[in-house]
Design a protein around this ligand. Structure first.
Ligand SMILES: [Zn+2]
Length: 236
């Protein structure tokens, strides 16, 4: 995969809209496992990842957490605050380290008030994130762990622009809300099929097309939402 790291949402802006933001964007290194904000926090900054991946997760009082959506180079984290949402409704945690840019939420809020097209884009983006969370909820109760793992790895591959994903089985189990042993069994099956190689703490995708055949429809549905609502496609 050879696409140059960039943020597709920023790249889709008109020159006039980009001009409202560009002087205020700061480069940022996202460190794996760093929490950008917790559910209930006031959102002070918004983040546009290039090749980093951020998970929006729901945390339960028992300590369990489940991923609701995965945002990367095709999105922005914290934009609902710029649309007056103010408070985050999920934890945003860096799932894969990488680069990106960030700006104060007030900058994006001000820009969205000045530009109808930017305002509209941000609303459509929030709609896509909502659609992704809905899809995940349906997926978690309907589809097999194998389908869900395949779907999840394909989305991570699209956003990180890499076939090598630094995930432990514990982490995958946590994100999918399943037992570690289930992830281990399914990873073994996908490895036997020749779709991926699993080494300690790292997954290498060998055959993405084979993995697509193992994934449930949710992977393609989410891709379609990004395409239809934002005009963005990840290597499709
Ligand atoms: Zn599914």
């Amino acid at each position: 995969m050879s696409n140059r790291p960039t943020n597709l949402l920023l790249a889709s802006l008109s020159p006039a809209d980009l001009e409202l933001l560009e002087p205020h964007l700061r480069p940022l290194d996202f460190q794996q496992h760093k929490i950008l904000f917790e559910a209930g926090d006031s959102v002070l900054a918004v983040y546009f990842p290039y090749d980093a991946i951020i998970s929006l997760v729901v945390t339960l009082s028992t300590g369990e957490l489940i991923e609701a959506a995965m945002v990367g180079r095709d999105g922005v984290i914290g934009a609902s605050a710029a649309l007056d949402g103010r408070i985050s409704v999920s934890r945003a945690v860096v799932q894969i380290s990488g680069h990106g840019v960030s700006c104060d939420v007030d900058v994006l809020k001000h820009a969205a008030r000045q530009s109808e097209t930017l305002h509209s884009l941000l609303i459509r983006h929030e709609q896509v994130v909502y659609a992704q969370a809905q899809q995940t909820a349906a997926c978690n109760v309907t589809h097999t762990i194998e389908e869900r793992l395949a779907r999840w790895l394909l989305r991570a591959r699209d956003l990180s622009l890499s076939d090598r994903l630094p995930f432990t089985q514990e982490f995958l189990a946590e994100m999918l809300g399943v037992r570690r042993t289930s992830v281990s069994t399914v990873a073994h099956t996908l490895q036997q099929a020749g779709f991926l190689k699993y080494a300690r703490g790292r997954i290498e995708i060998i055959d993405p097309h084979g993995l697509e055949e193992s994934a449930c429809e949710c992977y393609f549905s989410v891709c379609k939402y990004y395409d239809t609502l934002l005009g963005l496609s990840n290597n499709k």
